[in-house]
Design a protein around this ligand. Structure first.
Ligand SMILES: Cc1cc2nc3c(=O)[nH]c(=O)nc-3n(C[C@H](O)[C@H](O)[C@H](O)COP(=O)(O)OP(=O)(O)OC[C@H]3O[C@@H](n4cnc5c(N)ncnc54)[C@H](O)[C@@H]3O)c2cc1C
Length: 448
């Protein structure tokens, strides 16, 4: 059964209509064609007297930051820059891939929340960040800032597999997209799932840290459910570089063993050693596979904007570690007091557990902390540090709908952030209901 947002908002999960709305996502999320950066680029907006905060990236972190900045300090001039014309939610997208949710459930318009909360939304490609001039270059002109917030999400590091072989990277992205970044890849993957005739479908998991750690296992469960229901003779092989399933390991293992024993094979310690996307062959530390089709997730890194801003943390040998170098409590860049990073792009926050889970929930919480900090600084007050929390519901079955979940709490011990993880391994319909409550609250917070 397909559920659309109107039915959902009416509270009628059970009464949901079946039609999938034909939103032209491939067009909707295509990046704006970039123009060349030239010295004669003109200003995107006139400069006002107000302190200006430019928020780069209108995903879960950026949308939250823009709204809360205006709420905390209405006199700030807040500008949100985003390349996509509509918001497409990665959270809940696994359910959408197998028709359990409608496209309209995941998509939202950008202009209504901007008008409601008084920030400016500009659809444009960000092409450069000149921190020395406190200026952002976009495909439509430049923008000066007093404070800058980067929430660019992740980028796929194809170089880790293919080095400089751009053809292999392109072939992989086009034929075996992971759909882990809001883009046309989601529609391509959905069509591939629908037309899959059977055989081995390989899923490679990225090494940690990566976006939404439990979501690849959820995707495997929901694909298995979909194939089973439609009598597609599929075998899903999860190639996992970790030594076990994490988080919610027992819950996912029970789902694999009890619900999909003939479909899902989970292979631990399977780090990709080489990949031939043309011959559909993959070699890992746990063996070699040939596949009919695949969802190939390469390692994740902080989104491009953090690299453009030269804010990537480096190891002792000077090599980039892939994620933003920020103060863990204030989220401010270590080498620039006027630039903040929120969301998935944030780097190590504690030696005890390294990274916060890269989730929409955490992005929302970190953005609120940063909005409060900037609002305080704008009126000369000391900013307060802050800690997030996290909550993720993962569906393992489509009919009847059942989910498992994981919660994270954070506290300070001495000077270190401590993480407490609670896995909810028993699958139940109650957790599906709580997932709808969670996402309804989040959408309300981002767009309401
Ligand atoms: C399948 C799946 C399931 C998930 N499930 C959950 C879940 O259940 N719960 C949960 O909390 N999280 C979930 N997540 C994770 C969640 O989607 C991310 O953690 C969240 O989106 C991070 O927010 P962000 O602001 O850091 O990045 P994003 O939300 O990705 O936002 C980044 C934005 O920056 C824009 N951008 C980047 N570069 C540029 C540029 N140069 N110019 C203009 N714009 C730019 C992008 O277009 C994008 O809109 C899931 C993710 C996936 C893939």
């Amino acid at each position: 059964m397909t559920i659309d947002r109107r039915d959902f908002l009416k509270g009628g999960i059970g009464a949901a209509a079946a039609a999938v709305l034909p939103v032209p996502l491939a067009h909707a999320v295509a990046p704006v064609a970039p123009t060349l950066i030239t010295g004669r680029m003109s200003a995107l907006l006139p400069r006002s007297q107000a302190t200006r905060v430019v928020v780069c990236g209108g995903g879960w972190g950026g949308l939250t930051a823009a709204k809360y900045l205006k709420q905390e300090a209405p006199t700030l001039d807040v500008v949100l820059l985003e390349r996509n014309p509509i918001f497409f939610s990665c959270p809940m997208s696994n359910k959408w891939l197998v028709d359990l949710l409608d496209t309209s459930f995941l998509t939202h318009d950008y202009l209504t929340p901007a008008a409601r909360h008084g920030y400016r939304f500009i659809q444009t490609e960000i092409m450069g960040i000149e921190r020395d001039r406190k200026r952002v270059a976009t495909s439509h002109g430049y923008l000066d800032y007093d404070y800058l917030i980067l929430s660019p999400g992740i980028r796929n590091n194809y170089g880790a597999w293919f080095g400089d072989d751009l053809d292999a990277a392109y072939h992989t992205r086009i034929h075996f997209p992971s759909a882990y970044i809001p883009s046309a890849e989601h529609l391509t993957l959905k069509q591939k799932i629908k037309s899959f005739k059977g055989g081995t479908l390989v899923m490679t998991l990225p090494p940690p840290p990566h976006r939404c750690p439990p979501s690849p296992y959820e995707r495997a469960c929901l694909l298995a459910w979909y194939f089973k229901r439609n009598k597609v003779p599929a075998r899903i092989v999860i190639l996992d570089p970790k030594d076990g399933i994490r988080p919610i390991g027992p819950g996912f293992k029970a789902a694999f063993d009890e619900l999909y024993p003939d479909i899902i094979t989970h292979v631990p310690n399977a780090r990709v050693e080489s990949m031939d996307p043309y011959a559909k062959r993959i070699k890992t530390t746990a063996g070699e596979w040939e596949f009919e089709d695949a969802i190939l997730m390469v390692p994740h890194q902080a989104g491009e904007l953090v690299w453009m801003a030269d804010l990537i943390a480096r190891g002792e040998d000077g090599r980039p570690l892939g994620w933003a170098d920020v103060d863990p409590l204030q989220l401010v860049a270590r080498n620039d007091p006027d630039v903040y990073v929120v969301g998935d792009a944030v780097g190590v926050v504690s030696p005890l557990f390294q990274h916060y889970p890269k989730s929409g929930h955490v992005a929302n919480r970190l953005a609120r902390i940063v909005a409060k900090s900037i609002a305080a600084r704008a009126v000369g007050r000391e900013p307060d540090p802050g800690l997030p929390d996290n909550l993720c519901f993962m569906w393992v079955k489509g009919d009847p709908q059942e989910a498992i979940a994981v919660e994270f709490e954070y506290s300070m011990e001495a000077d270190l952030i401590v993480q407490k993880q609670i896995d909810l391994n028993d699958r139940s319909p109650d957790l599906v209901a709580r997932d709808f409550e969670w996402v309804g609250g989040m959408y309300q917070d981002l767009f309401g």
